[in-house]
Design a binder for this molecule. Structure first.
Ligand code: FAD
Length: 415
């Protein structure tokens, strides 16, 4: 007898967890992703700042699930979902489903100014991280050779837009790269000229953390010579720099965008109601309203859990939703009534440079080196593959002792 077919769109944190949870279920699973690898996004900023190389934070999806016989992996791009025929439409084919889990994540948003992207790339994919790395390293190379002082100043000014965890992590890592790692390797670059500016529209950085930790993060950034500008929204962005709502202008050759998030176009594919960030609004069973076989999870979903908690767009939440959706499918096959999703908050972490971090565990908070040790342990623990864990661990020890960065490669081309 033909077994029910579960199609999972996206092999990120949510989709992969759902697929693994179905390993003993009497179903056939199709796991579909536009890439052939699962990406550990929390460490993407380290690729962008030459600390790690791409293969250290990405693992082939086929390898991860190779022992799970009920999974078939397709590398393909979803372009639509035909609900009436119960089919996923990709650029290559139509794939029928009995159950569907949509876990296609999110992208950065430019708040209606998509043309800024070429001046200020965001950090979501490996290609974007290596492009940012190229721009940062190239700026130093050009600064070494230019004879024009004001151009050298512009080349040595790095702006990070957005004071959330990614922006804070980027700014701290660029500061250490600029002020510690590379300076001895250049003859004409004056470290005092290198400026790293973190621009945040709100009145403080790390708004998802308690105020005390935001203030601590700002202090730790200042110790790394990062200038934090709050209450400053970008009004325009071009190849020479950015303008701000306070009328000021920052001339900078490298701008990194870490300011906004927009969900994947799943809402359009499903013709579903979405929130302002384009996330599909689902109920606490994580199902599309009116459907009993379509689940939307992770960064693509806007969820308020059974206790009224708004579920954040972070990796642990996506994993919990992935597991929940898979168990809900198994329960549905057994004619059991659906349960309600309940988010468990295990804490919130953000790192600042190579030896400081802030951590919010609800009942208590930490900042500084101890928080960084916890951050490091958690990230190594959740990386996929023993080899990646070992290599990242060794790289971090080297970076801690020597400031060395093993992936200082300029790849790709100007266009
Ligand atoms: C730079 C950065 C740093 C972060 N740091 C942290 C952190 O420190 N801690 C934390 O908890 N969270 C962090 N996050 C957030 C976390 O990574 C996300 O919340 C998490 O990845 C969401 O999981 P997901 O499964 O919903 O989506 P994702 O993990 O983004 O996976 C989506 C998958 O869908 C695939 N896909 C997308 N569109 C299509 C399509 N059309 N067709 C086929 N496949 C498609 C993608 O290739 C991808 O594999 C960070 C995110 C970023 C970008």
């Amino acid at each position: 007898m033909k077994r029910p077919q579960v199609v999972i769109l996206g092999a990120g944190f949510g989709g992969l967890t759902a697929a693994k949870t179905l390993r003993r279920a009497p179903v056939d699973v199709i796991l579909l992703d536009r890439h052939n690898y699962h990406l550990f996004q929390p460490l993407l900023y380290q690729v962008a700042t030459a600390g790690l190389s791409p293969a250290q934070i990405a693992s082939p999806i086929r390898r991860i699930v190779s022992r799970q016989k009920n999974i078939t992996v397709f590398m393909d791009k979803v372009v639509d979902i035909d609900q009436s025929r119960r089919e996923v439409v990709t650029s290559e084919r139509r794939i029928p489903f009995d159950y569907l889990i949509v876990a296609t994540g999110a992208r950065h948003a430019y708040f209606g100014n998509d043309h800024w992207e070429k001046f200020a790339p965001g950090l979501k994919k490996i290609d974007e991280a290596t492009e940012i790395r190229r721009r940062i390293l190239l700026a130093f190379e050009k600064a070494e050779t230019t004879v024009d002082e004001s151009e050298r100043r512009r080349l040595l000014t790095f702006v990070v837009v957005g004071g959330g965890p990614t922006g804070v992590e980027m700014a701290g890592a660029v500061a250490e790269l600029a002020h510690r790692t590379i300076v001895g390797d250049f003859r004409r670059i004056d470290p005092a000229l290198t400026k790293i500016i973190l621009v945040e529209a709100g009145n403080r950085i790390l708004t998802s953390f308690p105020e005390r930790l935001s203030a601590s993060a700002a202090r730790q950034l200042a110790q790394l010579n990062v200038t934090t500008m709050t209450g400053a929204a970008v009004t325009s962005c071009d190849e020479h720099g950015i303008s701000l709502n306070n009328g000021s202008r920052i001339e900078a050759a490298t701008i990194v965008w870490a300011a906004g998030v927009m969900a994947s176009p799943a809402g359009k594919w499903l013709d579903a109601a979405c929130d302002r960030a384009g996330r599909v609004i689902v109920d606490a069973t994580l199902r599309l309203p009116g459907s009993d076989n379509i689940f939307v999870i992770g960064d693509t979903a806007a969820v308020t859990d059974s206790r009224g908690v708004v579920v954040p767009g972070i990796a642990p939440a996506a994993k919990q939703m992935g597991r929940f959706a898979a168990l809900a499918i198994i329960a549905h096959l057994n004619n059991k009534t659906p349960e309600m999703f309940r988010y468990r908050n295990y804490g919130n972490l953000a790192t600042i440079g190579r030896k400081a971090a802030v951590a919010d565990f609800g009942r208590f908070t930490l900042s500084g080196f101890l928080a960084w040790l916890i951050w490091g342990f958690v990230h190594i623990w959740f990386l996929i593959g023993f080899r990646n864990r070992l290599i990242v661990f060794l790289d971090w020890i080297m970076a801690y002792l020597t400031f060395a960065r093993g992936a200082r490669l300029i790849t790709g081309s100007e266009n």
